[in-house]
Structure formats: structure tokens, C-alpha cells
Design a protein around this ligand. Structure first.
Ligand SMILES: Nc1ncnc2c1ncn2[C@@H]1O[C@H](COP(=O)(O)OP(=O)(O)OP(=O)(O)O)[C@@H](O)[C@H]1O
Length: 253
């Protein structure tokens, strides 16, 4: 288990230093520090209202920190617009389903490349992504709104890959999914990570998220309470009692 202050020699892919941010009615993030090393899956858990979604919005440039800094490959993002942050390789899939329901699945995925102009590149990317996400072809001509919640999630993942992101940020990817669909969606998150993407996700389903993750971060009342491997956080007695409905040590589920 590491404290948030512990220094690591390598340059992280993403680093938050003392980030203070909110919406005008007071600070929600009260000095958040953590690092995301390149590769692997990092899962942020914490109670409702802890500031998890606000944290992701700050990384994507949708909420501007009042204090502190957010560094991507050592460079500050504070003066970057959300568009520039996307261009830098940080792409977020929001919490609520975000596909254009009346557009086809294919059109939705192609829309993910909206920052690109090179038609050949867009076509190549689409073909590569369709190999990983067969649904993009199988249901390509259907309206996105006709897909189930889990299928829409997969299409959202496919869409976000059109910009070939360095970091994929997922805000509660399990939301609204039944256990079987959740397994499939999480397997896809694992595959995205195995293919070299760095994944940062927030999960309300803390057990499932931490089991999936290489690294865990507990956010509480706008501050990082602890960090560690996913397993360390999952097995931490206080965290088990507070967020996971009791101790989970030895749980084979
Ligand atoms: N657009 C907004 N304007 C004002 N306050 C907001 C806004 N979005 C969120 N908040 C407030 O910020 C606090 C933290 O919300 P946030 O969504 O970041 O928490 P969370 O940890 O993601 O919680 P949850 O798991 O419930 O989504 C809450 O008190 C919420 O009401």
C-alpha cells in the first residue's frame, strides 16, 4: 500500500497534484494527488458524492481546477481546452449513455473520429476497431437506440478508440448492466488494456471494479484516502467495511 505522497522515479502518464476544483458552490475536490503509470487499469472507488465524476471532468478539461495541476506526460493540461485534451490522447466515455440514438451504429463509431480529417486513416481505424468489436459490423446499419444497454456500452468503447487514445477514461461503465452483461463489458475493458491502452475508470460497483483493476484509488470527501494494487484496496479491512459491504478477503467470487 502506498501513501499518495510517495515519490516514484519514473514519469507517470498522468499525475494530479493538489487538485482543488468544484462548481462555484464550494470545492468538491480538496487537494487530490495521484499518479497513473502507463499501461494497466486504474479504478477509482468511493462513496456517492465523493467527487469521482468531478475528478474525471477535471482531467478532461470540463471542470477547471482552482488550485493544483494536472500533468499528462509531464506537461500541464491546465491551459488546454477539452478539444486539445482529446487531441493529446485522453478520451472519456461518460456515465450516461452517450450514443446518438437515431444515428446508425456505424455512424456513431465514425463520429468518434470527428477531430480527424484523413479519410483513409479514419477507414483504417474503423476496420481495426471493427475487428475488436464485431458488433460494429453486425449491427452497423441499425439505429444505436435499438441496442441493449450493454451493446451500447461496447459501441461507446469502439467510438472512443477512433482517436487512438493513450488513456481511456470510463465513468461507471457497469451502470445499469445485469451481471452477465457486466462480465462481457469488463472483459472488453480488460482487452483494451491488454492491447496497450491505459484505462482509468470510476466504478460504483467497487468489488467488480477493483477485481478488474491493477491499481485502486479510494476517493473520499474530495481527497484520496488510499491507493494500492486493486487487490490491496479490495482486501483493506476498512475499505471492505465501508464500501464493499463487509470484508472480502478470501472471496472467490
Ligand atoms: N454540474 C454540477 N453543478 C453543481 N454541483 C455538482 C455538479 N455535478 C456534481 N455536483 C456536486 O458535486 C458533488 C460530487 O459529485 P460527483 O458526481 O463528482 O460525485 P461522485 O463521487 O461521482 O458521486 P456519484 O457516485 O453519486 O456519481 C455532489 O455533491 C454533486 O451534487
Amino acid at each position: 500500500m502506498t501513501s499518495p505522497e510517495r515519490s516514484v522515479q519514473t514519469q507517470p502518464l498522468l499525475e494530479l497534484r493538489g487538485v482543488v476544483a468544484g462548481y462555484g458552490g464550494g470545492d468538491i475536490l480538496k487537494g487530490v494527488n495521484f499518479r497513473v503509470e502507463g499501461g494497466g487499469i486504474t479504478c477509482i472507488v468511493g462513496p456517492n458524492g465523493a467527487g469521482k465524476s468531478t475528478l474525471l471532468k477535471a482531467i478532461s478539461g470540463l471542470v477547471k481546477p482552482r488550485e493544483g495541476d494536472i500533468l499528462f506526460e509531464g506537461r500541464s493540461l491546465l491551459n488546454s481546452t477539452p478539444r486539445q485534451i482529446l487531441q493529446a490522447g485522453i478520451v472519456q466515455v461518460p456515465q450516461n449513455h452517450s450514443l446518438f440514438k437515431k444515428m446508425t451504429v456505424r455512424e456513431n463509431v465514425e463520429f468518434g473520429a470527428f477531430l480527424l480529417k484523413d479519410r483513409d486513416l479514419i477507414r483504417r481505424r474503423f476496420d481495426e476497431i471493427a475487428e475488436q468489436f464485431p458488433i460494429v459490423i453486425e449491427r452497423g446499419k441499425e439505429k444505436a437506440g435499438s441496442l441493449s444497454g450493454g451493446q451500447q456500452r461496447l459501441v461507446e468503447f469502439a467510438r472512443c478508440l477512433m482517436l487512438d487514445p493513450r488513456i481511456v477514461i470510463l465513468d461507471e461503465p457497469s451502470m445499469g448492466l445485469d451481471p452477465v452483461t457486466l462480465k462481457r463489458v469488463f472483459l472488453t475493458v480488460h482487452q483494451m488494456s491488454a492491447s496497450g491502452r491505459t484505462v482509468l475508470l470510476v466504478e460504483q460497483n467497487a468489488k467488480a471494479g477493483l477485481r478488474l483493476a491493477d491499481h485502486g484509488i479510494v476517493l473520499e470527501n474530495g481527497l484520496v484516502r488510499l491507493t494500492g494494487t486493486g487487490r490491496q484496496v479490495l482486501e483493506h479491512p476498512e475499505i471492505g467495511a465501508l464500501y464493499l459491504g463487509g470484508a472480502v478477503v478470501g472471496s472467490g467470487q
